[in-house]
Write a protein that binds this ligand. Structure first.
Ligand SMILES: Cc1cc2nc3c(=O)[nH]c(=O)nc-3n(C[C@H](O)[C@H](O)[C@H](O)COP(=O)(O)OP(=O)(O)OC[C@H]3O[C@@H](n4cnc5c(N)ncnc54)[C@H](O)[C@@H]3O)c2cc1C
Length: 405
C-alpha cells in the first residue's frame, strides 16, 4: 500500500460505493470511511416501506459484504463524527479529538431530516435513520391516529405504510397537491386518488400553527393525532464544507468529476450540487440510484479517472402497492404525451420539450416505458409522438429509429 491516504466522510450509500470504486479503480493507498451512525452503510429506501410494514422489523440491508470490504482494505470507522477540515494541513478533526490526514477527501455527508419549525415541533417524529424507522414503526398500531406532515415522497410512503398497519391517516400539506416538486398535476391527482381510495385523508394548503398534545393545529382546522410524523425534506449536511471555505450553493459545489475548487476535496450524493454536462447546469439530487452511481463515479475520479458523470436522473417510489417512477427533468417539458389512460392501473407519460424531444417520463407500474425514456433523453432528438402514445407500439424500435436519426 502506498503512503497516500483517502478519507471519506459519511458512511451512507454514496460513501460506501465511493470507497469500493476508489479501490477498484486502482487506489493503492489507505481508504478510511468515517461515519457518525453506529452501523455499516445501509440502504434507506426500505425504512419507509418494509421496515414499517413487515410483520417483524427486517434487519438493515447493507451494500457490501463485510468480508469484501475487509478484502479491499477499506477501514470503516462507525460512530465517529468528523468535526472539521484543516485544508492547509490536509487533515480532518475527529470527534474524539484526534486527526486523520488525507491526500484525497470525499464529503458524502448527505442530509438529515428537516425539522418542523413551529411550537411543539419537538413532538414530531422524522425518518432518515434505522432508529427513526424503529421509533415510527412502534407507533403504527391499528387505529392509531397518524398525521403525516408533507405530501412528498417520504410523507406519502409513510402514509401508505401507516394505512397498511391499520392506522387512521391524515396528510397535512402546505402546497396544493401531492409530490408537487416532481409530478404533473394529472399524476399528482392520480396519486391523491390512490391514497384516498386506501382511506388516507388530505388537508392541502395547510398553515400549521402548532403541534400540541392533542394534535396538529392549523390556521383553519385541528387534526387530532396520537403520532405526528414530518416528511418535509432534508437539511443538507454541508456545514463542514462551508466552515472550510468551500463553495456551497444548494449543496457543495463540484464539477462533473465531483471535485470542489480544492483539487484534494470531492463531494458526492445528496449533499453535492454537481455540474451535469448534458444539462449544462448544476443539479442536486436526492435519490437512491444517484447516490450509488455518483458515489462510484466520484470514487473513480479520486483515483484519477477523468470521465464526467452524466447519469439521467431517476427515482422510484412505492405507495399502496403501486410503483411510480420518474426519469429526467420534467421542468424542461412543455407538453405531455400520455401512453394509456389516467383510469388505467399501468400507464406512462412522456414529457416533451418545445422541439418534441423526450426530456422526462412518469410511469405508474410502467418500468419498461420509463427505461425506454432513459434511452431517449440523451439522444436529444424529436420523438414520434404517435408511437409514444400508442400502447401497442414497440418502444425499443422507437429508440432504434431515433438513434438512426
Ligand atoms: C426513508 C427514505 C426512503 C427513501 N426511499 C427512496 C426511494 O424509494 N427511491 C429513491 O430513489 N430514493 C429514496 N431515498 C433516497 C436515498 O436513500 C438517498 O438519496 C441516499 O440515501 C443518499 O445517500 P448519501 O450517502 O448521499 O446520504 P446519506 O444517506 O444521508 O448518508 C450520509 C451519511 O453521512 C453521515 N454524516 C454526515 N455528517 C457527518 C460527519 N460530519 N461525520 C461523519 N458522518 C457524517 C450521516 O449520518 C449519514 O450516515 C430514500 C431516503 C429515505 C431517508
Amino acid at each position: 500500500m502506498s503512503g497516500s491516504a483517502a478519507v471519506i466522510v459519511g458512511a451512507g450509500q454514496t460513501g460506501a460505493h465511493a470507497a469500493m470504486a476508489l479501490r477498484e479503480a486502482g487506489w493503492a493507498g489507505s481508504i478510511v470511511l468515517v461515519g457518525d451512525e453506529a452501523h455499516a452503510p445501509y440502504d434507506r429506501p426500505p425504512l419507509s416501506k418494509a421496515a414499517l410494514t413487515a410483520e417483524t422489523m427486517p434487519g438493515p440491508v447493507h451494500f457490501h459484504d463485510p468480508a469484501k470490504v475487509a478484502a479491499r482494505e477499506i477501514e470503516l470507522r462507525p460512530g465517529v463524527r468528523v468535526e472539521g477540515i484543516d485544508r492547509g494541513a490536509g487533515r480532518v478533526a475527529l470527534g474524539d479529538g484526534s486527526w486523520l490526514a488525507y491526500d484525497r477527501l470525499l464529503l458524502a455527508t448527505g442530509g438529515r431530516a428537516r425539522r418542523l419549525a413551529v411550537p411543539g415541533g419537538e413532538r414530531v417524529l422524522t425518518l432518515r435513520t434505522l432508529e427513526d424507522a424503529a421509533a415510527i414503526r412502534a407507533r403504527l398500531v391499528p387505529g392509531a391516529r397518524v398525521v403525516c406532515i408533507g405530501a412528498g415522497v417520504i410523507g406519502l410512503e409513510i402514509a401508505s405504510s401507516a394505512r397498511a398497519r391499520g392506522a387512521e391517516v391524515m396528510v397535512v400539506e402546505a402546497g396544493p397537491g401531492c409530490m408537487g416538486r416532481s409530478l404533473t398535476p394529472e399524476f399528482a391527482g392520480w396519486i391523491q386518488r390512490l391514497h384516498e381510495r386506501a382511506g388516507v385523508r388530505f388537508h392541502f394548503g395547510a398553515a400549521i400553527v402548532e403541534v400540541s398534545a392533542e394534535g396538529v393545529v392549523c390556521a383553519d382546522a385541528v387534526h387530532p393525532a396520537d403520532v405526528v410524523i414530518a416528511g418535509i425534506g432534508i437539511t443538507r449536511n454541508s456545514g463542514l464544507a462551508e466552515a472550510a471555505g468551500l463553495a456551497v450553493e444548494n449543496g457543495i459545489v463540484v464539477d462533473a468529476r465531483g471535485a470542489t475548487e480544492d483539487p484534494a476535496i470531492f463531494a458526492a450524493g445528496d449533499v453535492a450540487a454537481f455540474w451535469h454536462p448534458f444539462y449544462g447546469r448544476r443539479l442536486r439530487l436526492e435519490a437512491w440510484r444517484h447516490a450509488q452511481n455518483h458515489g462510484i463515479a466520484v470514487g473513480r475520479s479520486m483515483a484519477g479517472d477523468a470521465t464526467p458523470y452524466a447519469d439521467i436522473p431517476w427515482f422510484w417510489t412505492d405507495q399502496h402497492g403501486v410503483n411510480l417512477q420518474l426519469a429526467g427533468l420534467p421542468d424542461l417539458a412543455v407538453a405531455t404525451v400520455l401512453r394509456g389512460s389516467m383510469e388505467d392501473t399501468s400507464l406512462a407519460a412522456f414529457h416533451l420539450d418545445a422541439a418534441g424531444c423526450v426530456v422526462a417520463a412518469t410511469g405508474v407500474n410502467a418500468p419498461r416505458e420509463v427505461r425506454a425514456a432513459q434511452a431517449m433523453i440523451p439522444l436529444r432528438c424529436p420523438a414520434d409522438a404517435a408511437a409514444l402514445a400508442d400502447p401497442a407500439s414497440n418502444l425499443q424500435r422507437v429508440v432504434a429509429a431515433m438513434r438512426q436519426g
